[in-house]
Design a protein around this ligand. Structure first.
Ligand code: GTP
Ligand code: MG
Length: 364
């Protein structure tokens, strides 16, 4: 299961620059609005030093990290949802993502035009959120039409769904995202089918001036305030620095990042925040062929985690043999971890934890 993230934001906010740095793909970057006219999709390995370390210890022929998929779309402007600019037609392409990465321009640069003249994170965020709400309203109206037809034909479930759609519509008309309200489990089931854009968790990416690294400065603080009210997280990032970093070797990159007070690439940080936002954990499997990372929702039980690896593993699940990555790293081998009494046998009720290295025992 690859985590899928859709990038949204105003034109010239730095979406493609960040997408490029993230995916090292060659999405076109240019100093003019709407340079992205085709959605760019990039799949990147998640930054997981654990896969690398386990690979060094076990030396199987292959190492496969978990993957993250990014979708870069054209910038949204006021009126996008009504066909202004180019963003509207691409919104539907991000309907299937797990989360939105909302890039907010927080850098001043006289050479990079701003569609509204000046840098103002709050106004920019409102413009984008309003466009997303309008787009959702449009989707909702189509759904309502269908439901009304079915309700007229006597479909009781359709009638109930219409009531929920009415509530959703009132929210969206007020430019309030669907995710802001707490919904009952039954309501959720109906809403999830509609795949609202404003129901997706949001991670704000404050694209700051390099001089404002690492904290992000006052403009990033504004984004943090807004995000707090929105229950969202914020990653401070500098598209320009990240674009430069991707040209460097690992050691050079590290030294360069240090000049800006950064311990790691902001992109690694961003992916980690996305995992947290979505409540995902990574576990590892290792055998003579491959060390591999897998992503599951926090709270996934051992048999279901086994099922992610192979359906047979879930069906015939007997037990999971587990050690923590940190123990393997500390003691250097599975044997040493066993000798310390830290190699555990877990059953069907075991909740998989982030960093577990698991060997599944199963019946065929
Ligand atoms: N100074 C500075 N310039 C940046 C930064 N990030 C991006 N830019 C520049 O801003 C311009 C627009 O960047 P893009 O990444 O193409 O912006 P976009 O959000 O994808 O724009 P659209 O595709 O038009 O919606 C380019 O000239 C980038 O080099 C940054 O952190 N600092
Ligand atoms: Mg772009």
């Amino acid at each position: 299961m690859a985590l899928k993230i859709g990038i949204v934001g105003l034109p010239n906010a730095g979406k493609s620059t960040i997408f490029n740095a993230l995916t090292k793909a060659a999405a076109e970057v240019a100093n003019y609005p709407f340079c992205t006219i085709e959605p760019n999709v990039g799949v990147v390995p998640g930054p997981d030093h654990r896969v690398k370390k386990v690979f060094e210890i076990y030396r199987p022929p292959k190492a496969t990290p978990a993957t993250v998929e990014f979708v870069d779309i054209a910038g949204l402007v006021k009126g996008s949802s009504k066909g202004e600019g180019l963003g509207n037609q691409f919104l539907s392409r991000i309907r299937e993502v797990d989360a939105l990465l909302h890039i907010v321009r927080c850098f001043e640069d006289p050479n990079v035009a701003h569609v509204s003249g000046e840098v103002d994170p709050q106004r920019d965020i409102e413009v984008v959120n309003t466009e997303l709400c309008i787009k959702d309203l449009e989707t909702l109206e189509n759904r309502v039409k269908k439901l009304e037809k079915n309700a007229k034909a006597g479909d009781k479930a359709a009638r109930a769904a219409l009531g929920i759609c009415e509530k959703a519509s009132a929210l969206l008309q007020d430019s309030t995202p669907i995710r802001k309200r707490s919904w009952s489990r039954e309501d959720r089931a109906i809403l999830e089918e509609i795949q609202f854009l404003t129901d997706k968790p949001v991670l704000y990416g404050a694209n700051v001036h390099e001089m404002d690294l690492p904290s992000g400065g006052p403009l990033a603080d504004r984004v943090r305030e807004i995000a707090k009210a929105d229950g969202a997280k914020v990653a401070v990032i500098c598209g320009k620095v990240e674009a430069e970093v991707m040209e460097l070797s690992d050691d050079e990159a590290k030294a360069y990042l240090q000049e800006f007070g950064l311990k790691e690439s902001s992109l690694d940080h961003l992916i980690r925040l996305s995992y947290e936002l979505l409540g995902l954990v990574t576990f590892l499997t290792v055998n003579q062929n491959e060390v591999r990372a897998w992503t599951v929702k926090k709270g996934t039980k051992a048999p279901q985690a086994a099922g992610v690896v192979h359906t047979d593993f879930e069906r015939g699940f007997i037990r999971a043999e587990v050690m923590c990555f940190s123990d393997l790293e500390k003691y250097g081998s599975q044997q040493a971890v066993k000798e310390k009494g830290l190699y555990r046998v877990e059953g069907k009720e075991y909740d998989v934890s982030d960093g577990d290295i698991i060997y599944f025992r199963f019946n065929v």
